[in-house]
Ligand binder design. Structure first.
Ligand code: KMH
Ligand code: ZN
Length: 274
């Protein structure tokens, strides 16, 4: 089987230090968490940024500072800024980090409830606009899908030429409003993407490692990190994103999957050299 790409979603926009004091906010904290994750085997850092007080932001200059600080510590790692940002942000606000020409960025392919009154809005026109912008800038999208219908939407948009193929999907499973994080649903999702596509799986909360194991067995890839889950095991807070990556590596090794380096991940995902 192909080597395993591990993505570390180190920060997120919704999780706070109240959930786990190790959640990074400052540039220094973000760079340190990225380094710990990369050292343990993450080849991609999925990146959100915060103001020093923890407020989520999509500010270009804040991303620029975070990317510079991460590259100083781990020059090889693939940095994948979020264009999802936080619930309620405008499209222009969300798109700012792509102006930094990252190798990858997320492309969220549908609207879903996000708990309580929150709705994460991604209309068809938004998806097309984001997809087109990424094509123009030579950025490989990670197609974020929170439900099966979003896979279908991505396929439709790709057929019209707004997302290049083969696509790389991220199945985000277990969001309060999206598809459940069950093995049945994971098999359904993995069976629903076009031949030649790749996928990673982000299980939310306590489902993180069950979904990771499922993805490893199915030949997919894995996303772990504080954005999705702050616990190493039930009732045990992870001290760093590195601990979460290390656990994913242990599971992969037990199941016979080798871990991809950043350059091997580039090869698997067909990233352009910058
Ligand atoms: N924070 C969520 C509303 C992404 O990074 O593209 C959206 C999100 C997805 O995290
Ligand atoms: Zn994200």
């Amino acid at each position: 089987m192909e080597k395993l790409i591990i993505t570390a979603a180190i920060c997120g926009a919704e999780v706070t230090k109240e959930h786990n004091p190790a959640v990074p906010y400052t540039i220094e904290e973000i760079a340190r968490e990225a380094e710990l994750a990369a050292k343990e085997g993450a080849s991609i850092i999925h990146l959100h940024v915060r103001e020093d007080d923890g407020t989520p932001t999509q500010s270009k200059s804040r991303f620029e500072a975070a990317i510079k600080a991460i590259k100083e510590r781990c020059p090889d790692v693939i940095i994948q800024p979020s264009t999802g940002g936080a619930v309620g942000m405008s499209n222009d606000e969300r798109l700012q980090p792509i102006e930094l020409y990252p190798e990858m960025a997320t492309l969220d392919c549908g609207t879903c409830n996000f708990g309580g009154d929150d709705i994460f809005v991604n209309t068809e026109n938004t998806i097309i606009e984001f997809g087109q912008r990424m094509i123009k800038l030579g950025i490989k999208p990670e197609v974020e899908v929170f439900d099966k219908g979003m896979i279908d939407m991505a396929i439709k948009v790709a057929k019209k030429g707004h997302i290049l193929t083969p696509m790389h999907f991220d199945f985000v499973m277990g969001v309060n409003g999206g598809i459940s994080a069950t093995l049945r649903d994971l098999v359904f999702m993995a069976g629903s993407i076009p031949a030649g596509s790749t996928f990673t799986v982000a299980g939310i909360g306590r489902h993180q490692f069950e979904m990771a194991a499922g993805a490893i067995l199915l030949g997919g890839h894995v996303r772990v990190g504080f954005e999705d889950n702050v616990n190493l095991a039930r009732g045990v807070k992870a001290k760093s994103n590195g601990e979460l990556v290390a656990k994913a590596v242990r599971i992969a090794k037990e199941l016979g999957r080798e871990i991809a380096t950043p350059n091997e991940a580039r090869e698997i995902l067909g990233l352009m050299k910058k």
